[in-house]
Ligand binder design. Sequence first.
Ligand code: CU
Length: 228
Amino acid sequence: MIGASVTKSWRMATAIGIFVIAALGVMFAVLALAKEPPTVDYAAGHQAGQPVDVTLQTVGSYGLAPHPTWVSFLTRTPQGTWVHTTLWQVPAHTRINVTIYNYDSGSPLRNQQIGLVTGTIGNVALLNGKAIHLVNSNAGNGVGHTFSIPTLGINIPLYGNNGNANLCAVAPCSTKSPNQVIKFSFMSPGPGQYPWQCFVPCALGYLYGNGGPMQTIGYMDGFMKVVS
Ligand SMILES: [Cu+2]
């Protein structure tokens, strides 16, 4: 009799233990999903055949919790509000006109390959209104970041600002601060999720500059969500 009741209470304890572990698992999964930054929707209300404008900015330091010192991208909604996210949604098979305001400084690239403009319409970008096919990062202010969608062969080097200038340190930055305006266009592919990122090892204070913001959605990488 004693043996049977011990077994029974053990079974009960095991069942409760498994339930608690499962509940904690669900809780953490929900929390992890809730932590994902919001998606800016450029696809809503899209008229077939019309181009879509995507507007981003890059900052040398986000300036706010939880990571005030981290480099970051931000995305502007079609209504004009800056959102701290790198997730955005565009319609498929559509001309995407991108404008990036770069508020960060630059430096020479370790890998000259990412100084090339590739994968855009005409393999060209406009830097402050001037057509460019590459940025020689060993001249001038160098390159601060890239905007790259590897699966589509898209890479655009983002020319830096003078590091001695009074650069914006708290996002979102406004065009009152020194900035470089980079524009380019590409055709969105079919529906799917396309990862994009910066390829400059720009994460100050992390091993080889590749940790922290370089590996965090909402900072130096994100997803272009293409919908039909
Ligand atoms: Cu970067």
